[in-house]
Design a protein around this ligand. Sequence first.
Ligand code: FAD
Length: 312
Amino acid sequence: MTAVLIFLDHAGASLAKSERELLSLAGSLGDVSVALAGDAEQTYLDGIGSYGVQECYRPEGDVTQVLVAGKAAFVTDAVRAAGADVVLLGNSYEAKEIAARAAIRLEAGVITDVVSLDDELTATKADFAGSYTVTCRVTTDVAVLTVKPNSFEAVEAGAPVSPREVRIPVDAEPAAAHITGRVDKPVSGRPELSEARVVVAGGRGVEGNFGPLEELADALGGAVGASRAATDAGWIEHSAQVGQTGKTVSPQLYVSVGISGAVQQRAGMQTSKVIVAINKDADSPIFEIADFGIVGDLFAVLPQATDEIRKR
Ligand code: FAD
């Protein structure tokens, strides 16, 4: 039986959607244990247990104050303690760095950006800004994989059960850098961009006014994203950027508003299930990949769309 270890780095009361996806994927591959860095509330631990996780490895001491080095050491030690064959992580920049560092320590192969995985651990991922779809498999004993959100179904959990907690000493190297403070993200009440089922993203065409996009996003229960032109202009925070140098999203619905559809933007959103483009230029490249397109002024189209959706 394959032994799968998931690295989770969360401190909330409940599991995030991407975490439920990881737990569901892991459960389909074999026996699952979790390496959990940082604090977690009891409801969170119960949530992990409800996916059949028997063991939850926790570090002795705090590995969260030394950037990624401590977490990478913790993952490595947890993999050894669990005898894991497969290690699954999320797909954030930090998770990818932890994956790379842990893979070096474990002399394991690593695949990032996984969007599908079969029983033989053959993975699919996009490369070169989405220009190629690559099929690949790790050939070492341990496989380290980072998994894109929205790529796997999150199955229903069972009854809440607390997994057995196993504290492990972490063989971390002396840290070269320590975290001295954190800036909390402002709470928007919207879903996390990379996990949202609906994303409404704006580009240079919004001319600094994201208000109509936020209204539509709220009517659809979605998140707000942006092109680099919009984030570079300072109209919205950089964490909202979608694309090659921003976040990769794969929602059920991506509404692209006033975005031309450059290849670097596509790299972050072209795997969306349905793409709706609103652009006043009928020749804009975004229409090449859109499932539905509206040629028109976004400031006229968006309020009408939001009104119609609110009526339903
Ligand atoms: P534009 O290309 O200027 O397009 C604006 C669009 O809005 C036009 O199509 C226009 O017709 C339309 N429009 C204007 N007014 C209206 C209106 N009133 N109603 C409707 N439509 C309107 N870009 C990203 O997005 N993400 C990345 O991660 C990223 N990474 C990059 C990495 C590198 C190394 C490089 C070189 C570039 C990267 N870029 C990235 C930039 C990318 O090449 C484009 O420059 C950028 O995506 C353009 O943003 P835009 O579509 O918002 O702006």
